[in-house]
Ligand binder design. Structure first.
Ligand SMILES: [Zn+2]
Length: 391
């Protein structure tokens, strides 16, 4: 950005530094060059943020951003600027077979930051969402091809942030016991964390959790599925989940189309299962449904009693720490300008979970401005709609 930008009079809320104050933010050459109560506006393009919230660019720990390459993919560049999400963790949209295309056609060209987890399955999620080809990516366990992952490590080892396994019936059929140790091995080969999704069994969540170690991630933690739920039949938190929390496994919301229940979340939170990241699992089939965007999912947690500071922490520095990226999710003098401006709305809104249950949120967030990698990013029209209906 050659122009100097001044975001004036906003309420800066940055959980990483516990900063919560009215300040001006000056930006030049893509970096934050001033953070002070009154910065002289001359020579700046001024954004009046009076009454608005200025926060670090949001980090969505679970997304699907391989648009054009998978049916589920949405265009991060197009919709990210509408929600303040500057970092998109793509959760296994592609496997070794499709990774190169994702990197060159989407990740490299993006104005936002897309951090990919590679799928254990060679074909990734190319078939997911097409119900007329209802064949999971690991229905044939030979797709768990470690040789192929070793090959892409040579070229993309520095880009790949983790390995993804969907450990549920729709993805693996009966192959859970075979693919779970292979997922562990894949993450160890690539020397990255392993993220495992749980859903309808098999495999059961008790079989899945032993494969996760400190720094790995469990996603869809509040899903209501049979066999994949963190609670047992009597709504008690499973001992295997308590053990996973104790050994440092990170807990990710991954709302998704079918993976978030207010009732499960409330009961699990009351028993000590707090999220380390609030994320959407946004994709083409839920963007127009229950997910919409990350601020919408954050509002659901405020409806559950979380504070604004808490939901911001879980969508900024906390997921950035899981990713081992202490440069992200923070606003710091001298740092790259990566932030969002939100209008805080106080009109009560009814929000729905994956089962149709609802809660009222007193506070919702509406994005006004997004800056990523030092640049203001705006949405655009390309004649496509991001949402899809199942076919
Ligand atoms: Zn997902």
């Amino acid at each position: 950005m050659s122009e100097r930008l001044l975001i004036k009079n906003g309420r800066l809320l940055d959980p990483s530094s516990r900063r919560d104050e009215i300040v001006d933010v000056a930006i030049a050459d893509g970096r934050i060059v001033g953070l002070a109560p009154h910065i002289d506006a001359s020579g700046h393009h001024v954004v009046d943020a009076t009454g608005a919230l200025v926060v670090p660019g949001l980090v969505d720990m679970h997304t699907h951003a391989y648009w054009g390459g998978t049916l589920l993919g949405v265009n991060a560049d197009k919709i990210g600027p509408l929600s303040g999400v500057t970092t998109w963790v793509d959760c296994g949209s592609c496997g070794a077979a499709t990774f190169e295309g994702f990197f060159h056609h989407v990740i490299k060209l993006s104005r936002l930051r897309i951090i990919p987890f590679v799928n254990l399955s060679y074909i990734g999620l190319t078939q997911a969402g097409n119900l007329s080809i209802d064949v999971g990516e690991l229905y044939d366990w030979r797709f768990a091809d470690l040789r192929a992952l070793r090959r892409i490590k040579a070229e993309f080892g520095s880009v790949i942030a983790g390995v993804k396994l969907r450990a549920s019936n729709n993805a693996c059929g009966a192959n859970g016991p075979i693919v779970l140790p292979l997922a562990r091995e894949a993450a160890d080969i690539l020397e990255v964390p392993l993220i495992i999704h749980v859903g309808t069994a098999p495999p059961r969540i008790d079989e899945v959790l032993p494969y996760l170690k400190e720094g790995d991630i469990l996603t869809h933690i509040y899903n209501p599925s049979i066999g994949g739920c963190v609670l047992d039949e009597r709504m008690r938190l499973r001992p295997s989940v308590r053990e996973a929390i104790a050994r440092g496994v990170k807990m990710d919301v991954g709302h998704g189309g079918a993976s978030f229940s207010f009732e499960i979340a409330k009961a699990a939170i009351d028993q000590g299962l707090l999220p380390d990241a609030i994320s959407t699992d946004i994709h083409a089939h839920n963007i127009d449904g229950v997910v919409i965007d990350l601020p919408h999912v954050m509002a659901k947690f405020m409806a559950l009693g979380f504070s604004l500071e808490q939901v911001l922490r879980l969508t900024t520095c906390s997921p950035a720490d899981i990713l081992n990226r202490p440069d992200l999710g923070r606003i710091e003098l001298g740092g790259e300008a990566d932030l969002a401006v939100f209008h805080v709305r106080h009109d009560p809104v009814r929000l729905y979970d994956s089962l149709g249950a609802s809660r009222e949120a007193a506070t919702t967030l509406e994005c006004r401005l997004t800056l990523c990698k030092g640049q203001v990013v705006n949405t655009f029209e390309d004649g496509r709609t991001e949402g899809r209906t199942y076919s």
